[in-house]
Design a protein around this ligand. Sequence first.
Ligand SMILES: Nc1ncnc2c1ncn2[C@@H]1O[C@H](COP(=O)(O)OP(=O)(O)OP(=O)(O)O)[C@@H](O)[C@H]1O
Length: 726
Amino acid sequence: MSSRAPVRLPAYTPHPDFDHESDHLDGTVAAMIRQIEFWENRDNLMGADLETSIILGDEAGEHAAMLSPHVKEPYFGSLKVRVGGREQTLYIGRHGFRDVKGPYTVVSWDSEVGSLFYSDVLGWTPRKGGTGVIRRRRQLDITQKQLLRVTDLYDEDAGGDTGGREEVLLRRLEEGSTAGMRDVVETLQPEQNAAMRAPAGTPVIIQGAAGSGKTTIGFHRLAWLTNSDRGVHQVRPEASMVLMPNKVLAAYAGRILPELGLSGVNVTTPETWAVGLLGLEKLEVTDRTLSLLLTDRDNTRRALAWRRAKLLGDARMLDVIRTHLWTRFNAAITGRGLAEPVEVPGRDPVTLSITDTDLHGLLRDVFAADPLDGYRAGLKRAIEAEALHRLNVPEDAETTVLRQLGTAIQALLGRVFASTTPVTETRRLLASPEALAVSGLLTEREIALLQTDPLSGIPTSRRASADVIEIPLMLTMQAFMGGIGRTVGRTLEVFDHVVLDEAQDYSPLLYALLARATRPGHVTALGDLNQGMHGYKGPSTWEAVQAQLPGAQVLTLNRTYRSTRQITQLGARIAATYNRAAQVQGVDRDGPEVQRYTAPPAEAAELRLLAGAVRDARAAGHTNIAIVTRRGVDADRLSAALRDHDTDAQPITTQEHRYTGGLVILPVNLAKGLEFSAAIVASANAETYDESTEYERRLLYVSASRALHWLALVSVGELHPLIREP
Ligand SMILES: Nc1ncnc2c1ncn2[C@@H]1O[C@H](COP(=O)(O)OP(=O)(O)OP(=O)(O)O)[C@@H](O)[C@H]1O
């Protein structure tokens, strides 16, 4: 935490330029309406012929639809700049608008020039050459076409930095939470702006403390990448994917997309994406390593489970699997060939013969080319090309000939790839020391480690299941055999861009796969190595990720924005027990003291405390309130019991539930990433969050860091030692 005194918001006195700015706003609104009316009037859009007129009309309709939502708040800031001796004021908004007939142009926030509004630089080189100087940055609060406030962030004439940026930020952070993640286009901070605009086409790892805006910035970067100014690196939203740790958070975060003008982005979870790719939507994904780490007291077994899980996610497994498949497919080819009668139109029938030696050669070429859609599709194409070449088939007869060969080729491929599904093949490989040794990449000790089963004491699911630590291997099998990427009709393409949230929970192997499934340089990873809950799945350092994303930059966000000083300080006390990183700096925002509710054990004691805390949170003016429990079953039980105490808290206990605001009760694993105006930590004691287990302290931290403004800690008996009154 910073030691600065909290910023007190000064009483607002209208800015001397208020009237002038108000007139400019009226002018801009009028110009936009004029332009929209022009676009909507088809008579204005006569092309040389009917077709051109229709196209022009459609395009104009689209422009009008895109601009219309912005008329109410055409811009939020301005820049006074001097370029080559000429002074000019540029207005910055969410959507660019060119006023062809007057001075009311608006520059889009995600353009090159828009960046100058957010950064602290005072000079730049305009595209047309020369030098540009920033004379003033100004924030303009506008609602419903009305100017509310003018705040200068920087003013050369007034001596430079005015402190206005912090003032505007604090005002924004004072607002209540909403049912979805919000955009921060109007108050993006300089370090966030720099991270968001890291050169397009460069993979970026954004490391930031809890509440530093990582997730928010990841979505803004995606929006920024969709701007046509990004040239060859422009991203199509519908060709992009965002992976979030659970579906509740995915739905919550996805609400930011329309605000950022993005539609069609696939926001999903790694499990959903993986089982979809494997074609096994019904597969249950378990995490037995986590169960073992939480329940088993045998340190040797815990260490073994940890090391084994880490090894399964090691990037070397990519080549271990590739070599295994190479051996396996070559063995399957031996003794098989193709001998098929073919009639090329206009010629005598012949027999096409492709021997197993030929097939070995073709397979070698396929492995060398390493096609995105996998070796099966690659080998099919290679056999077809070879057949056409050998028979010297003219282009117009290719389809006829390939149709004749279709069944035989399919049968051959069936035999070569038979009984190799990603799930069975992964398990077959892991069970075979010989197969694991073929690549020469794993040491004997590592192979022996893979033969152990430290999880044998943990029950397996009765349904068909796969464990999270096996999933990257299964996806690798899938990637090599059937391909990996974005399905477009019947073909596979690479994603334009992939954003990963909670990036510290993805194994290096998964990064290697995502890099394969995405355009080079188009992965944005957002995470915090200090918040890792699942170290056995994730990378130990960001270097391990950089090794899989060539050229990746690690950018660090140092400030946290979410909570008041009182809440951030409490969180810091918990995190200090496991987090050796330098202390992060919070925005110094003052709020009420953290509330503590305790009572001696008695029937319904906790329910009474919780109901009282909810009443107090409401009395303090909050409507979006969460009660956070340790487990899903606690949330279900308390939700039902609280009804007898006039407290109706909606449970969010499965991934299918959605957060729509109001009072909710949810377990900590589903609360991660969400935030609420007020939060109440239930059973905030050492019986519930074991003090000696780091994982439990991390969970307590997550529970205690969900509130923006008001936090209550509730316990029957004593509170957890880490959060008691200091
Ligand atoms: N520049 C900003 N202006 C206003 N609010 C901001 C800004 N940056 C971040 N915030 C707010 O801070 C909060 C935290 O942001 P976000 O959830 O993106 O952080 P995070 O780093 O992903 O957190 P966590 O690691 O806990 O998931 C949100 O309420 C967000 O709106």
